[in-house]
Design a protein around this ligand. Structure first.
Ligand code: HEC
Length: 234
């Protein structure tokens, strides 16, 4: 093999992969055209507008900085790539009190406007695409309290996650001496007498961000490989 052949071969092997994995998806996904609901197939009409939770950028940055994406994905896989909708609450709620089955797959519109799409590296922990919904459904008004406690130390939640391998992020909290009355924001965790644990700014931002993760608005059937209606049994 001549050096020339080697160089061409090397460029082709990396170049083709780069074209297929980076360049083509970039141009295909950077500006997706609007998708319409179809009469007769979908329950509503018009063009699909993704629901937005407002900007929770600071929390997303705390999420990124602490490597949550190493163990948590934020993508409900399309059914052709391995169904996720059978897993409890990954893609929406199976029995939403108001809307019934709201489960759906993730789509490209779910990530529009984000600085980074936190699709994640591995799924050691549960998918967080709908963690806000899940927490509200399971813990109601105490959803944030539950998340704070989980982040402070997941093993403090008896029976449910006292085996957890989610790391403790207690450095996002402040342990301080109680002066006067105990703070309303104080966590329900064991401390030394006279001390309390309160969430710091980063913990607050992170929990607001997690609570904003809700992706269950109805999408056109043409975009959803597993529309809820065909998935009622799953
Ligand atoms: C080393 C891997 C790992 C890292 C890093 C990690 N987690 Fe976890 N996480 C897990 C595992 C495993 C579970 C499941 C056990 C549990 O619920 O405690 C979990 C559970 C959770 C849950 C409960 C989800 C549910 O549906 O009940 C939340 C919320 C969560 N993690 C948030 C985070 C956040 C936020 C970060 C970053 C600050 C993070 N995790 C970093 C492994 C990890």
């Amino acid at each position: 093999m001549t050096f020339r052949q080697f160089a061409i071969g090397l460029t082709a092997s990396f170049g083709l992969a780069w074209l297929a994995m980076v360049v083509v998806p970039f141009f295909k996904l950077r500006n997706p055209s609007p998708v319409s609901f179809e009469e007769g197939i979908d329950a509503q009409e018009g063009i699909y507008h993704p629901k937005r939770a407002g900007r929770v950028v600071n929390g997303a940055n705390v999420y990124a900085a602490n490597g949550c994406y190493q163990c948590h994905t934020q993508v409900v896989r399309p059914t052709y790539a391995g169904n996720d909708l059978g897993r409890p609450d990954f893609g929406g709620l199976k029995a939403d009190p108001e809307r019934g089955d709201t489960r759906r797959e993730s789509n490209v519109f779910d990530y529009i406007g984000l600085d980074f799409a936190q699709i994640g590296v591995t799924r050691l922990g549960p998918d967080l695409m709908n963690v806000g919904l899940r927490m509200e459904a399971n813990y109601g008004a105490d959803a944030k309290g539950y998340l704070y406690k989980h982040l402070y130390n997941p093993r403090l939640i008896p029976a449910l996650t006292d085996w957890s391998s989610c790391p403790s992020f207690s450095f996002l909290f402040e342990t301080r001496k109680i002066t006067g009355q105990k703070s309303e924001a104080a966590l329900d965790v064991p401390t030394e007498d006279g001390y309390e644990v309160v969430p710091g700014d980063q913990a607050r931002a992170l929990v607001d961000y997690l609570m904003s993760l809700k992706h269950d608005d109805p999408v056109p059937a043409s975009m959803n490989y597993a529309p809820a209606t065909s998935n009622q049994e799953g």
